[in-house]
Design a protein around this ligand. Structure first.
Ligand code: SF4
Length: 294
């Protein structure tokens, strides 16, 4: 697998011992940031923060990515498996409500021995926070190691998925991944303080001129999965500062009309979860990565 990587739906077959594939990172862990993070959904960040581990590289590389230093430029530092386990335990000791693996997809199989070793000592949920473009076979290999699945579901239309993420089959792949996540997690389970112990939260970021696609996506998800299998987190915080100038439609914020149309669809379909207010639509919610300091 290391010399012919097919662990995500790209199945690009790259030799990640001597080079990199579409995701841009070698086989060994490369990490950009390890820190408590307050800006996830309330049932994940809680009062003390989520223990985020931001992995470098990404198998989607969306043109509007708000974490592009790590997803596209692959900024980060190599760490071995023991060091990664220590970093997770350090986050737990700092008070993290959970360990939040951010964009772990290029390292999903490499994480299995680390999680097997560290989970018994952690005592807090492990969150798999990804772009939704996941291989069901790889997710099956993680069974028993992940408590909370936190996938984006980004696009319904194949042409939009191709244009922004070079992933024409995105929606069907994301639905197959979501099916496997829901099989493993079951319905959301919260503790007495409202913190998520198990379950799946689906995130969707509304894009400028993306209203029709977002509405179609929510309708398709409701039809396929129902509206109580997962929590929906509808996000309005798209900021144009990272937009690629060759996509002029992305060089503005989402309008109130666009967001509220999607919000009203989510409400009328009966989704529950986190329907974000427009006031959080600014760049303050994007971590400043800089040089890794862990
Ligand atoms: S994880 Fe990276 S190298 Fe492996 S198949 Fe996916 S994009 Fe290619």
């Amino acid at each position: 697998m290391k010399q012919s990587c097919v662990q995500c739906p790209r199945k690009c077959g790259a030799d990640r011992e001597s080079g990199v594939g579409f995701c841009g990172v070698p086989w060994d862990f490369r990490i950009a940031r390890v820190a408590l993070h307050a800006w996830e959904e309330p049932s994940i960040s809680g009062t003390r923060g989520s223990g985020t581990v931001f992995f470098s590289g990404c198998n989607l590389r969306c043109v509007f990515c708000q974490n592009r230093e790590i997803s596209r430029e692959c900024l980060g530092k190599e760490v071995d498996a023991d060091r990664l386990a220590d970093l997770m335990l350090r986050l737990r000791d700092e008070g993290a409500h959970n360990i939040n693996l951010v964009t772990p997809t290029p390292y999903a199989l490499q994480l299995i021995p680390v999680l097997k070793k560290v989970r018994p000592q952690l005592g807090i949920p492990v969150v798999y926070n990804c772009g939704g473009y996941e291989s069901p076979e790889t997710l099956k290999a993680l069974e028993g190691l992940i408590d909370v699945w936190l996938p984006d579901v980004k696009y319904f239309s194949a042409s939009l998925a191709q244009k922004y993420s070079a992933a024409e089959n995105y929606f069907e792949v994301a639905c197959a991944a979501l099916t496997e996540m829901l099989r493993q997690s079951g319905k959301p389970q919260l503790d007495e303080n409202g913190m998520l112990l198990r379950g799946t939260v689906v995130r969707h970021l509304v894009l400028p001129r993306g209203r029709a696609d977002s509405v179609a996506l929510l309708e398709a998800l409701a039809k396929q999965f129902g509206t109580d299998a997962f929590l929906l987190s509808l996000m309005s915080q798209y900021t144009p500062q990272f937009a690629d100038a060759s996509f002029p439609e992305l060089c503005r914020r989402v309008t109130t009309f666009e967001y509220e149309s999607v919000l009203n669809t989510a409400i009328s379909l009966g989704f529950g979860g986190y329907l974000q207010s427009r006031s959080s639509a600014n760049a303050d919610y994007t971590p400043d990565f800089g040089e890794p300091t862990f």
